[in-house]
Design a protein. Sequence first.
Lengths: 256, 359, 272
Amino acid sequence: MIKKICSQIYITLIFIFLYAPIVTLIIFSFNQGKGGQWRGFSLEWYRELFASEMIMDALWNTLIIAVVSAIIATIIGTISCIGLNSLRGKAKSIYLSLNNIPMLNSELVTGLSLMLVFIAFGIGFGYPTILIAHITFCIPYVILSVMPRMKQTDRSTYEAAVDLGATPIYAFFKVVFPELVPGILSGFLLSFTMSLDDFIITYFTRGPGINTLSTLIYSEVRKGIKPSMNALSTIMFVSVLILLVVSNRKKKDGME
Amino acid sequence: MREPLIDLKNITKSYDGQVILDDLSLSIHENEFVTLLGPSGCGKTTTLRIIGGFETPDMGQVMFHGQDITNMPPHKRNLNTVFQKYALFTHMNIAENIAFGLKIKGKSKAYIQDKIKYALKLVNLDGYEKRMPDSLSGGQQQRIAIARAIVNEPKVLLLDEPLGALDLKMRQDMQYELIRLKNELGITFIYVTHDQEEALTMSDTIVVMNQGYIQQMGTPEKIYNEPENAFVADFIGESNILDGTMIWDRLVEILGVRFDCVDTGFGTNRPVDVVIRPEDVILLDPERAQLKGIVTSVIFRGVHYEMSVEVGGFVWKVHSTTMFPEGTQVGIRVEPSNIQIMNKPESEDEEAVSRNGKK
Amino acid sequence: MAKNRKLLAAPYLIWMIAFTVIPLLMIVYYGMTNRDGAFTWDNVMAMARPEHLGALLLSLKLSISCTVVCLLLSYPLAMILRGRGINQSSFIVFLFILPMWMNFLLRTYAWLNLLDDGGILYTICENLGIPTISLIGTNTAIILGMVYNFLPFMVLPLYNALMKIDQNVINAAKDLGANQVQVFFRIILPLSFPGIVSGVTMVFVPSLTTFVVSDLLGARKIMLIGNIIEQEFSTADNWYLGSGLSLVLMIFILVSMAVLNHYDKNGEGTSF
């Protein structure tokens, strides 16, 4: 009984640690004026946020980059998984270790090294460099989510389809692919969120004048507290919350 | 009668309002091989876990050598468990696994070494000290799990479906191994299984359980030959269970024909269940038989033929070494001593406890 | 057929060579040459200069503190989650990773908002008339920010490792005479070791190399090795020195990757 109470208190304390900063951020996004003093309810920071073309541009950039890089990463990753599945032994393990590098390496080093390579190859910094960088760190997550599915798919179902007269390509899309879909989907979502959240790698691979939300926030908040960023945080937190709750509901409905 | 080693007194246990064990009492004696046998969900594993100390009963007492151990934590009990799927410590090698309990008790290094050697020899795995559990086959892991338990010299070894994960051949080998071990160690084994063949092969005493009740308790022979109710008859081996009417002592009517039998004390003109084992059904020329029927299927089983014979809407299971082709008219005869009469249960989960289980 | 299939793995192989392998080689190249393209150890040895060495040692100190704090906070939490029903614990895990979905910079900014001079804690202290605490620009603030950002990376692998332990293995240990403490130290802790290793790596590497947390919560007073490297690239324009320092930093990353790989391969962890 005492154990139960202690564990409840512990969990509560951890949650206070996790949510206190966010909650204060949200509260003060409705504050009048700057600073830690509550001066009354106001929406001025939200007005400022939506009025800022820079922020809206950055938001737009972030979404486009996340969508495009997630789509490309998902396609390349899935195709590679199919090929990878027929590799054996050393070749496969080398391939997988290479694949692991971007996940295990420090983002700082990944960002710097990509920057150096873009300069060396003479690729001008801009959308393409950000996209290449994002795709590079997203593919490993796609492979990570598709590979286990690939292993689970029964080889014999594919062989049965071919045995029943299906061409290999038809058999693949009719029999194997449907089983991969959940893995591909989670790979896509993972890529999308990794891309949305990335700052360090984007910071080193973006061109002048292109901002994603992360780089913009960085340049804004380096100078100190910016209440319009509180407003942005509130909006992001609420939309993430809604998104996750809805997708969890869907998952549960799907299971029942 | 000797004083029992373990005495379960009126144990009741339920989870989420569902009763698993209902007022269960059971006595187990020293040096006995007791098997708790029943379908899944019958409460056999819960009973074992209560003895092992992993569950506390809602009501009732667990006595060990006359001492109440109901609320004693598992690590203080002088008995050891061999778990389903072995539960070996995968981060330790075989020697460390076996030494675990002894190290905790603070035994000397030399003593532990001796014990490891002895235990590995006992389970026929000498030289495996340095191997890791993952590198062993299922049967070998099982034997290590047993070795790990017995080095602690428990008074009682609890085994929870230990052979469930093994293939058929391995299972049969392990059955003999377990009998040998029990004889060599001279300790009490309490064994849980849903496999009637295992139970019949190894046990001194079988406790047949269903829906939280003990259905029957007795020697394998007694359980097999004289099942006390339809559930036991059906669960142990194959049987034909027919509706019958007890005309008077030693005479029963089945399918409109009167058969001599040896049972008494069921009253007169009372509906009863009649159990006849397939191997006790004698097929012969229809002229000389008590019942006539038609063979509807024949399957060759190696030692015998398994045949279905339809008599007036009831399909008899028959095991016989002589084969009658499908479609043949055959007669059925049963020796009086092979007819087993049982009271009809008053409800689905009626309790039927054997009071003469122990010789 | 099988041969055709293998070819499908080729495009990404080329991609990896172009954007993973060659970039790393570039760092090695720049790190070991000077502006004239001649081979030199100077950039690597520059780590021994007091201002760089100090930053490295401070980075190590802060990232190790952060890792230890994360481990000490997460282990009890993961143990509690293990003891709960699956429904309840997955809800708690959900609440736990929810903040992670908010932008990394905004999460760090949230602490700036709390701790800054003139921020919320400051104002609260002022209003209560107690001496104001100014954490911004201190090591504590940076460790707080790191722990806040990287804590989930510790909890999740620990939680997974602990959930994998079969209850019967724990029961077996109890059955063989082990009490609660012995069960923990001889069974649970060693069996969760792979989870500990992967959690430690996942927290240690980003906290060792971060420059964002120190930038936002360090008030320009605290220079970590990440900040120095970042500045060599973005403001000082000395890629050679930056690469050389990165190479030294990569040694730490490689060591932790090797440790992680070792335990990942064995899956369950064989020694402790």
